[in-house]
Design a protein around this ligand. Structure first.
Ligand SMILES: CSCCC(=O)C(=O)COP(=O)(O)O
Ligand SMILES: [Mg+2]
Length: 281
């Protein structure tokens, strides 16, 4: 299967391709096998793309929910946790102003640690239940998961084709980046601790909601500017969410939809190429 490019590649991509001498692995096709060029960069979503939704929904989120109180209590005075609390306070103020379901007011610090933590836990539980992709929640979750990965209670889960594809793309000189709602810390933890070892060696960078929401075109413009490509079409974005693909396409990126077991059904006529495995690229 070839990539569905509509724009020609530019100099740096051709130079990368020219440097390839090893046999093409993992189903990847270079310009000798396929009239369409390989991308210069591949930008990957995590949940539903590299990693089963069930791992996030049934392992990571419950771990964060079950440990939030304990984590906040044990780390209350640390810089990370005080920063997390500041972000959560600000998010909850906005949520209360907008009447978001489950938001409860957080008392001031002089009400005491226990009262503050109880309100934080109630808010965080509601945010996790609603699967909100907000920086305040994602940053805290990353800090909670860090303990789980350090204790070997958590291990990153990936579809079988992912390590092989990452290795092949990397060996072809394609730069691989991650863009997930999960924090950059969480991304590094997941890719750094897998049954296939540390996959971070194949990755060139990580982006999270600090560049913006994944359904906003401006986020992809910011990412392509950060990557320094001549043309955003040199970046291929893989995701399971059509609205994310639409936003990336509007920023000039190429986009394909990852179809994995357990993903949400896709709307009809979404117009994007779909893949069931990274080895199809
Ligand atoms: C960094 S792994 C944790 C995933 C997560 O928290 C999440 O919300 C998944 O979002 P994605 O953008 O990867 O679909
Ligand atoms: Mg996803």
């Amino acid at each position: 299967m070839g990539l569905d490019w509509s724009t020609p590649s530019h100099g740096p991509i051709q130079q990368d391709r020219g440097a390839i001498s090893a046999p093409v692995k993992a189903g990847l096709k270079d310009s000798n096998h396929n009239s369409e060029p390989l991308p210069r960069c591949i930008l990957l979503d995590i949940e539903g793309t590299t990693t089963p939704i069930t791992f996030v929904a049934d392992v990571l989120f419950p771990y964060a929910r079950d440990n939030v109180g304990k984590h906040l209590s044990a780390t209350y005075d640390t810089e990370d946790t005080q920063e997390d609390i500041k972000l959560l306070r600000s998010q909850v103020e906005d949520d209360l102003a907008q009447g978001i379901d489950g938001a409860v007011s957080i008392p001031p610090n002089d009400a005491g640690k226990d009262a503050v933590i109880a309100a934080l836990v109630a808010n965080v539980e509601a945010m996790i239940r609603a699967d909100r992709k907000i920086t305040a929640l994602k940053q805290l979750q990353g800090h909670i998961w860090r303990t789980g990965f350090q204790n070997n209670e958590l291990k990153g889960e990936f579809y079988n084709d992912v390590p092989e594809a990452l290795q092949s793309w990397h060996s072809l000189g394609i730069k691989i980046y991650i863009y997930s709602s999960g924090s950059r810390l969480a991304q590094r933890l997941i890719f750094g601790n897998t049954k296939s070892g540390d996959l971070r060696k194949y990755l060139s960078g990580f982006f999270d909601t600090n560049v913006g929401n994944k359904r906003e075109t401006s986020s992809y413009i910011q990412i392509s500017e950060s990557l320094g490509v001549d043309n955003p079409s040199e970046i291929l974005f893989l995701t399971d969410v059509v609205q994310e693909a639409v936003a990336a396409k509007a920023a000039g990126l190429k986009a394909m939809i990852s179809v994995r077991p357990g993903n949400a059904p896709l709307p009809e006529n979404h117009g994007f190429k779909t893949i069931n495995s990274f080895l199809e690229i």
